[in-house]
Design a protein around this ligand. Structure first.
Ligand code: C5P
Length: 262
C-alpha cells in the first residue's frame, strides 16, 4: 500500500475477476463529520473493535479480488491523518490506496475521488465509509452484475418498516402524512454502488451540487435515463449512523471474530 499508485506488477493476481474486463476501483467517501453519532472524532475515524471504521471499509473493498485500487476521500483538513492511519494498518499487498481531500457534501467528495482515478479504470464502486462491515460476497455480486453489462448496480434489501411520505415539519413537531407507498415495491439501498465509470462521470457532470447534494450516486444516474439494477444486499452492510448502530456493529464484529477468525 502507498498513497501513490504503484506500477502494475506481479502483485496483481492472475485469474482475478478483473481479467479481460477493464479495471475496477473503489471510491470511499469518508469526509463526513457524522454529527448524528454524537460528539467525537469524524465518523470514519471512530473505532470498531479497536480499528477505525474507515480501515474496516477499505479492507472490505480490498477483500474483493476485483478491486485493485481504493481511493479514500478524507476530511478536507484530515488527509495527512488518514494517510498515517492507512500506513499503520495492514492492507492486502495487491491493492493500491490513494488519499484525496474531500468536499462540503458527499456528492462533492465522490466527485473529487473520481477525479483522482488514474487512466485504465472502466468501473468504479462507491462505498460509504459508514458501512464498514459489508461482506465481500455483496461486493462481488455488484462487480459481477457490472461485468455482465449493467451500467449501474446497487445492493438493496426489502424494508421491515412501512414507510410514510409526509409534509415535513421542524424536528419534533407532528407531521401530516401525504402518502403510504406500497411496501412490497420499496427497497432500502446500500453500498457499494457499482458503475460503468463513464456513466457515473456523466451523472456527476450533469448534476449540480444543490444544498446537501445527492446522497445516492445511483439516483443521479437514474436522472440520466439509465436503468439501475438492484442485487441482493446484506443486513451486515448497514450504515453506522446513530449510537445504537455502533453497538450493533461491535456485536457483528465480535461474532465474526468468534466464528471465522476474522
Ligand atoms: O452523512 P452520511 O452518513 O449520509 O454520509 C455518507 C458517507 O459520505 C459517509 O461515509 C461520509 O463520510 C461521506 N461524506 C463525505 N463528504 C461529505 C459528507 C459525507 O465524504 N462532505
Amino acid at each position: 500500500m502507498s498513497d501513490e499508485t504503484r506500477p502494475e506488477g506481479a502483485a496483481r493476481a492472475a485469474g482475478a475477476p478483473g481479467d479481460g474486463h477493464g479495471r475496477t476501483a473503489a471510491v470511499i467517501p469518508a469526509a463526513g463529520r457524522g454529527v448524528r453519532l454524537g460528539p467525537g472524532a469524524p465518523k470514519a475515524l471512530r473505532t470498531l473493535g479497536g480499528t477505525p471504521m474507515l480501515i474496516h471499509a477499505v479492507r472490505a473493498m480490498a477483500r474483493s479480488r476485483a478491486v485493485s485500487l481504493v481511493v479514500v476521500v478524507a476530511p478536507s483538513d484530515g488527509a495527512a491523518e488518514v494517510r498515517n492511519l492507512l500506513a499503520e494498518h495492514a492492507l492486502p499487498e495487491r491493492t493500491d490506496v490513494l488519499v484525496v481531500p474531500g468536499g462540503e457534501t458527499r456528492q462533492e467528495s465522490v466527485r473529487l475521488g473520481l477525479d483522482a482515478l488514474p487512466a485504465g479504470y472502466t468501473s468504479v464502486l462507491v462505498h460509504d465509509a459508514a458501512r464498514p462491515l459489508v461482506p465481500v460476497d455483496t461486493v462481488d455480486a455488484v462487480v459481477e452484475a457490472l461485468r455482465e453489462g449493467a451500467p449501474a448496480v446497487v445492493p438493496a434489501l426489502p424494508l421491515a418498516d412501512t414507510v410514510k411520505e409526509v409534509e415535513p415539519r421542524p424536528a419534533g413537531e407532528p407531521e401530516p402524512v401525504v402518502a403510504t407507498p406500497e411496501r412490497s415495491r420499496l427497497r432500502a439501498v446500500q453500498t457499494p454502488q457499482g458503475f460503468d465509470l463513464d456513466t457515473l462521470l456523466r451523472a456527476h457532470e450533469k448534476t449540480a451540487v444543490n444544498g446537501e447534494g445527492a446522497t445516492d450516486d445511483a439516483g443521479m444516474v437514474e436522472k440520466l435515463g439509465v436503468t439501475v439494477l438492484l442485487v441482493p444486499g446484506h443486513e451486515e452492510a448497514f450504515k453506522v449512523t446513530r449510537p445504537l448502530d455502533l453497538v450493533l456493529a461491535e456485536a457483528v464484529l465480535a461474532r465474526r471474530r468468534a466464528t471465522d477468525a476474522y
